[in-house]
Design a protein around this ligand. Structure first.
Ligand code: NZQ
Ligand code: ZN
Length: 387
């Protein structure tokens, strides 16, 4: 087992009706609030109106229109400007992972005198951040329980995973009923995202029996509850378990003591959504089985056999290679069965920029250090196989 140093300071407040506690929680951090949200889903479900009512004694400044794959310009820059101009005390993020990631970049940018991109691009280490409280409305990223934020800069085709200990939310409100309205497309993408977070931590050289069990249980839970959420979007029990499973995805708890994985599918997918602005979970679902095919070898075979038997219930008496191939096939078929388009062409990506993207990924994502190292040629092969 590898050494580790681990802390997750975020307070999770989970369940039906927990948002009623918002005023008491917010009061701990100040009176001036930057309320951040996306394109309007929170108004459709009445959450925006509820938040304003609950926070009637607070001074609210709003930043709306944060897009999926949140953009540095204008959203992060505008948020930082508002925080500085109004001397905001605390950020309240209401929405999915994109709103929260954008809020995280705003939180450190607001405490920095220079260009916030210096922080996101790791030129300068953040020294402080405004506190972030969130009300999550979409189960997927795990941003509510981690210290990462993913920010896109359109003009340079960059989508950077910005990780810093200042980015942990101080409090995350998780009420599964606010996810009832999430569309089929986004629900399926959320399932795929959280499943891939788990796989990124499962396929490593050195893993413990303990972590393998967590990961296998996560995957089975996400598939079973994910299906139920799609069949009946208002199934509270299924939405709740899916929400909690997604929350565990990215804060490292599934991989304590394991060796590094390099998160290769994320490295590849971030370029796809940087270049083509596609939905993150869909990109991951397309890449994952092709990446699996690529890395299957004598060395990785035992991991695939374990995965196939414990996650998909494949007959252990079959040959090892047969189990591994079936496991990859089951992975593909599960994503297909929940309605995810399984080819890049179906999400508007053709072969015209494959070389450019493979180069960009090889230079920027450090995948030469992944569980199975990927160079530019390997990345291109995976992208071509995904077309
Ligand atoms: O903008 P609004 O109107 O709110 O609509 C959103 C958006 O169109 C909608 N939505 C959210 N909650 C809803 C809802 N629609 C109906 N009812 C609700 N309750 O869903 C759409 C997608 O929202 P978005 O926030 O983009 O989705 P998600 O939570 O999947 O976030 C994706 C972003 O997170 C990054 C991804 O790269 C992507 O940019 N990631 C962040 C991570 C992290 N911080 O740890 C890790 C992940 O691996 C991921 O990379
Ligand atoms: Zn992800």
């Amino acid at each position: 087992m590898q050494n580790f140093d681990y802390q997750t300071p975020t307070r999770l407040i989970f369940g039906k009706g927990v948002v009623e506690q918002l005023p008491a929680v917010m009061a701990q951090f100040g009176k001036k609030v930057l309320l951040t949200y996306g394109g309007g889903s929170i108004k459709k479900i009445g959450l925006y109106q509820k938040v304003l009512k609950l926070l009637k004694d607070f001074e609210i400044v709003e930043l709306s229109g944060i897009q999926p794959n949140p953009k540095y310009d204008p959203s992060v820059l505008e948020g930082v400007r508002l925080c500085k101009e109004h001397k905001v005390d605390v950020i309240l993020s209401v929405g999915g992972g994109s709103v929260l990631d954008c809020s995280k970049a705003i939180a450190t940018g607001a405490c920095y005198d220079g260009d916030p991109w210096d922080l996101i691009s790791y030129k300068v280490k953040a020294q402080a951040a405004l506190p972030i409280v969130d009300i999550l409305t979409l189960a997927a990223t795990g941003s509510e329980y981690d210290c990462g934020g993913v920010i896109s800069r359109t003009e340079t085709n960059d989508k950077i995973g910005y990780i810093d200990e200042h980015l942990f939310p101080v409090v995350s409100f998780l009420d599964p009923t606010y996810t009832f309205s999430v569309s089929r497309k986004q629900t399926a993408a959320g399932i795929a995202d959280a499943m891939n977070h788990t796989m990124e931590q499962y396929f490593v050289e050195d893993a413990t029996l303990l972590n393998d069990g967590f990961c296998e249980s996560m995957l089975r839970s996400l598939m079973e509850n994910g299906r139920k959420c799609l069949e009946n979007p208002e199934d509270y029990t299924a939405r709740a378990e899916m929400m909690l499973a997604c929350t565990y995805g990215c804060n490292g708890i599934l991989a304590l003591g394991n060796s590094e994985s390099g998160w290769p599918c994320h490295g590849i997918e971030h370029a796809l959504s940087a270049y083509y602005d596609i939905t993150h979970g869909e990109g991951l679902a397309i890449i994952t089985p092709r990446w699996m095919q690529h890395i299957l070898s004598e060395r990785t075979l035992p991991r695939f056999v374990k995965y196939g038997i414990n996650v998909f219930g494949i007959d252990p008496s079959l040959g090892k290679w047969e189990i591994a191939r079936k496991a990859i096939d089951e992975t593909y078929r599960f994503f297909e069965s929940i309605g995810i388009p399984m080819h890049l062409r179906e999400v508007g990506i053709d072969d015209s920029r494959i070389d450019e993207m493979a180069h960009h990924i090889a230079v920027n994502e450090g995948l030469e250090n992944a569980y199975v190292p990927l160079d530019e040629v390997a990345i291109k092969e995976i992208l071509v196989a995904s077309l």
